[in-house]
Ligand binder design. Structure first.
Ligand code: KIV
Length: 282
């Protein structure tokens, strides 16, 4: 199967085939996600939290994101890779936004970029689309606005907030994005907007009626428990498996069980004898 593109992702939506998306931040994980047949990867700025241990996503930088994106892109021959534009990379000028989006394509070789774009950033989104870069929008909860929102809270539950979600989604579609992520919004609202739009919608806490579903991979694997949103689902506890494995290793090292003969290099006795003659007995 060849690599997913904006065309194949749109065709999935048009054929009612649900789109699958996960986050990834490194080569080995991205390879497994690719090999599992997941359609899209987001190299999210959630990286700042789940990989680098920061309390929120605001500390993700362009350099950090480009490095992680390049590792992920090298692993994917089927999955479409989307880079998340970090805080400060698209909030200033159109020119800055275009240069930062271009870095992801030229240096990291990703297939597209995503913005937490509000109405204030529609012109910048349009400018990047017009450069020929595949763009994904993001409505509902914008984790980069955690300060202004007073926390990572669901959006679109009252009339003003719901209106914002709908109008931003429509404006993003008009700006030319090929898909929109709906984060932490009521299922009824994303269902309504999904039916109103012509492009795919991808839910992360946006309910089952979106065209696709996205989860943060360390949540899926039980690798990050500092903050777990209520919409996340843990499928396996790899974190516990890692802790158990590391403690088994420590026990074996302390007991002299590891390394065994099979993990050590051999050497002829002649070489050792020569060394002893030259440097003396111990
Ligand atoms: O950074 C990220 O992982 C994201 C998703 C939560 C949508 O932006």
């Amino acid at each position: 199967m060849s690599k997913h593109t904006v065309t194949t992702i749109q065709a999935m939506r048009d054929n009612n085939e649900t789109i699958t998306m996960l986050t990834a931040y490194d080569y080995p994980t991205a390879k497994k996600v690719n090999d599992a047949g997941i359609d899209m990867i987001l190299v999210g700025d959630s990286c700042a939290m789940v990989v680098h241990g920061h309390p929120n996503t605001l500390t993700a930088t362009m350099d950090m994101m480009v490095l992680h994106c390049a590792a992920v892109a090298r692993a994917c021959d089927r999955t479409m890779v989307i880079a998340d534009m970090p805080f400060g990379s698209f909030q200033y000028s159109i020119e800055d936004t275009m240069k930062n989006a271009a870095r992801f394509v030229t240096e990291a070789k990703v297939d597209g970029v995503k913005f937490e774009a509000t109405h204030n950033h529609i012109a910048k989104t349009k400018a990047v689309v017009e450069m020929g870069i595949a763009c994904v929008g993001h409505v509902g909860l914008h984790p980069q606005a955690v300060g202004a929102l007073g926390g990572l809270k669901a959006q679109g539950r009252d009339i003003d907030s719901a209106r914002k979600v709908v109008s931003e989604a429509l404006a993003l579609q008009d700006a030319g994005v090929f898909a929109i992520i709906f984060e932490a919004v009521p299922a009824k609202l994303s269902d309504y907007v999904t039916r109103k739009l012509d492009i795919p919608t991808i839910s992360i806490g946006g309910g089952p009626q979106c065209s696709g579903q996205l989860l943060v991979t360390p949540d899926v694997l039980g690798l990050y428990d500092t903050f777990t949103p209520s919409f996340a689902k843990q499928y396996v506890n790899v974190g516990q498996l890692m802790t158990d494995t590391f403690s088994q290793y420590a026990q074996e090292v302390k007991a002299g069980v590891f390394p065994g003969k099979e993990h050590s290099y051999g050497m002829s006795d002649d070489v050792l004898e020569s060394i002893v003659q030259e440097f003396g007995e111990v």
